[in-house]
Write a protein that binds this ligand. Structure first.
Ligand code: IVH
Length: 716
């Protein structure tokens, strides 16, 4: 029976994959959306009734269940380089000259492709199964975004295989190599982008500036369920690491990609010479608005791999390819007003509010005026007619004032601000700098980010006080420094959009609860440079209370650190010479308190605490009833009595030693291997094979935040 069901399930999976292939790769769907949905529903129902038959490569398994805690990193087997740019036909000819000269021959051809304006992704298939998807990052190491990329339907979870016995499969000789790294672009179709921004505007959320930002933002979500709803798509355009060569030319390898079930852009053309290349490029400059995705230029690639080898690469870009960038699209509109915005690092930027105008597929209402020097040079004034363009297709910018159209009624020249428009702090222009900066550490623009960190999960964990509420409270002047969090009243919150009585109560309750959080969480939340969760744990143990932190003495602290350093040195020596046992050594080292703390950290902490403004705020916090809990070496709770816990992966807030101590402090036992006696596995980032073992044995797996809540006895 089970065997029959399994066969049916496999059949349905194959059918669905085949229709995905017809739809995404060949652009020739053979069934209607409804018929497809029916097949999918049938598979889903069968899998639900037989969960033991679910495999991760099933089309139903694109979205994983739980949100991630953060992104791991992936080292690219072959570096992801960038590309040099050209902007006109002459520069393209110069590129062609270089190619000819270096090859010493006229016998070469090009492939011309659209330059899709999305996010570069590297997909790694092993034995035909998608194992990782990573962003470009710095070209060598990127973020692991596998969970999110799996939700993109155009990305096959398994490649079409070469088993000749299976109908619809490709010839065995055409099967994909065992290791196949596929490079391509994840993008958001323009229609999906416009719809997403419409929904965001409705929900009072900030709109994405363009489809590329929307695609990038969607890939960086921790909850893949949200990514799945974002309608991203994908085109493959190159291979990275390969266990065996695919073909002799790029064009043939793209043909192979299609056979494997990978979507390749249909507008790829071979060009025998540079004249043909230029022809194709210029043609697309006018046609690009017909596409339902954004392109920012064309990519021209030497076709033969052998010739690419000869051409090689500079440090950052290959010499066998070049991009041809389209000129930015321009539009004419009128300046209605000029605002001054304060960025995260405190830089003041003049921003123009415009009469809305359509530009490169989006409606533009605001444009950057760069900086005040530029503003003065352009002499932009309210009421002026201006030309705007999308620089790098991201933020529209004002590039020209139509002085000929200036009316007598325009405002006077704009004056440089003397004060930060947010906090009122005096601002001055640095002589060598074009920027005007607000240096006030407590300036709201920087402050919002610091607040978000303070209330964040790994810190004070005031989950109900999210970024959009923080933004509103700061803008309303209710939060001017962190101590103000503890002054908030239910009545302050109730009037904000989206806040009812219940949610206001919940926020106040969560704030109250946080008052007795452990000291380390509080310290970590302050966002002091160099002091993250682990360091904060050590410091909290040393100081014990916030009062003690406030009365720290830089000299004393440094002396103490020096004494411990000497002690450690002598212990190491004795240990090396076997003058003490391993156990004694460990015990003695355990008595040292600040060995993990570097001089930089101490200086940074002292600088922070010695700052009078900071001190006042911390004192105010104490006065408002915040009393961070001391963490001691004695048992802090008995919550883990009878529990055997296995820790795997890297934790954000604990070193190995610290987590073992925390388990012990709460009455539990830690063990290094998973067995049926394990109560639960605590999994951090990049967990090892222990997870698999735990899954096999049906043992509960929890993450760091869940663990913290458990030992801090908060409701999960
Ligand atoms: S090939 C050595 N082909 O453009 C670079 N890239 O500016 C090989 N891009 O990061 C890349 N469409 O994300 C290639 N058809 C295409 C492309 C393309 C868009 C992006 C890619 C890369 C960026 C370089």
């Amino acid at each position: 029976m089970n065997k029959d069901v399994n066969k049916k399930i496999e059949q349905l999976r194959r059918k669905i994959r085949e229709h995905d292939y017809l739809y995404y790769v060949l652009n020739q769907p053979e069934i209607s959306d409804r018929q497809y949905d029916k097949l999918f529903a049938e598979l889903k129902a069968l899998e639900e009734a037989n969960p033991e038959l679910i495999t991760p490569d099933s089309p139903t398994q694109r979205v994983s269940g739980r949100p991630l805690e953060g992104f791991g990193t992936v080292r690219h087997a072959a570096a992801m380089l960038s590309m040099d740019n050209t902007y006109n036909a002459d520069e393209l000819r110069a590129f062609d000259e270089r190619v000819r000269k270096q090859l010493g021959s006229d016998d070469y051809d090009y492939v011309v492709e659209l330059k899709i304006d999305g996010v570069a992704i590297s997909l790694r298939y092993e034995k035909g199964v998608l194992v990782t998807a990573a962003t470009r990052g710095d070209g060598r190491v990127g973020d692991d975004v596998t969970a999110n990329v799996r939700t993109i339907k155009a990305v096959p979870l398994v490649l079409r295989d070469g088993d000749p016995r299976i109908a619809g499969s490709i010839k065995a000789s055409d099967a994909a190599p065992d290791v196949l790294e596929v490079r391509g672009e994840v993008y958001m179709p323009t229609g999906a982008f416009v719809e997403l921004n419409r929904l965001r505007a409705e929900a009072g959320e900030q709109a994405f500036a363009n489809p590329r930002n929307a695609a990038a933002g969607s890939l960086k979500l921790l909850d893949a369920r949200i990514t799945a709803a974002r309608n991203l798509s994908f085109f493959a355009y190159a291979a990275g690491e390969l266990s065996e060569p695919l073909a002799e030319t790029h064009y043939e390898s793209l043909e192979k990609f299609k056979k494997f079930g990978l979507p390749v852009n249909p507008n790829i053309k071979r060009a025998a010479d540079i004249d043909k290349v230029i022809d194709i490029c210029l043609g697309w400059d006018n046609k690009r608005s017909e596409l339902d995705y954004q392109i920012d230029g064309m990519v021209i690639k030497v076709n033969r791999f052998e010739q690419r080898e000869i051409l090689g690469a500079t440090g950052r870009a290959p010499r066998w390819c070049i991009s041809y960038k389209f000129a930015a699209e321009q539009a004419e509109t009128v300046i209605e007003s000029i605002d001054v915005q304060v960025g995260k690092s405190g830089i003041l930027t003049p921003v123009a509010n415009l009469t809305p105008v359509l530009l490169a597929g989006t409606t533009v209402k605001r444009a950057s005026l760069h900086n005040f020097d530029m503003l003065a040079k352009l002499d932009v004034r309210c009421g002026d007619t201006v030309i705007i363009e999308k620089a790098g297709e991201i933020i529209p910018q004002v590039v020209e004032v139509r002085i000929d159209q200036r009316k007598d009624s325009v405002d006077e020249a704009f004056r440089m601000p003397l004060e930060c428009p947010i906090c009122g702090h005096k601002v001055e222009k640095d002589e060598n700098d074009v920027y005007i900066r607000c240096d006030n550490q407590n300036c709201i623009a920087k402050f919002k980010e610091r607040l978000e960190h303070f209330v964040g999960k790994g810190q004070m964990d005031i989950e109900t006080l999210g970024p959009s509420l923080i933004e509103k409270l700061v803008d309303a002047g209710l939060l001017k420094n962190i101590s103000d969090i503890y002054k908030l009243k239910r009545q302050d919150l109730i009037d904000f959009e989206g806040m009812g009585e219940k949610s206001s109560d919940n926020v106040i309750k969560a704030i109250d609860r946080s008052k007795n959080n452990p000291l380390w969480r509080f310290l970590s939340g302050l966002g002091i440079r160099h002091i993250g969760g682990q360091t904060a744990q050590t410091l909290a143990k040393y100081f014990g209370t916030l009062d003690e932190v406030l009365s720290l003495d830089r000299r004393e602290l440094k002396e103490f650190k020096q004494i411990e350093r000497e002690k450690k040195k002598s212990l190491d020596k004795k240990h090396k010479k076997n003058e003490i046992t391993e156990e004694e050594y460990k015990k003695e080292c355990g008595n040292l308190q600040l060995t993990d703390i570097g001089d930089e950290m101490i200086s940074s902490l002292c600088d922070y605490i010695e700052n009078e403004d900071n001190k006042d705020i911390l004192k105010e916090i104490l006065r408002l009833g915040v009393k961070p809990k001391r963490n001691t070496n004695e048992k802090t709770s008995e919550i883990l009595i009878g529990n055997t816990i296995v820790v795997t992966g890297t934790l954000k807030n604990f070193s190995r030693q610290q987590i073992e101590q925390a388990i012990k402090d709460n009455g539990g036992k830690s063990s290094s291997s998973v067995s049926k006696n394990t109560t639960f596995v605590l999994a951090g980032e990049n967990p090892g094979s222990k997870i698999k073992k735990a899954q096999e044995l049906g043992i509960k797996i929890i993450n760091e935040n869940e663990f913290l809540r458990l030992i801090e006895e908060k409701p999960m």
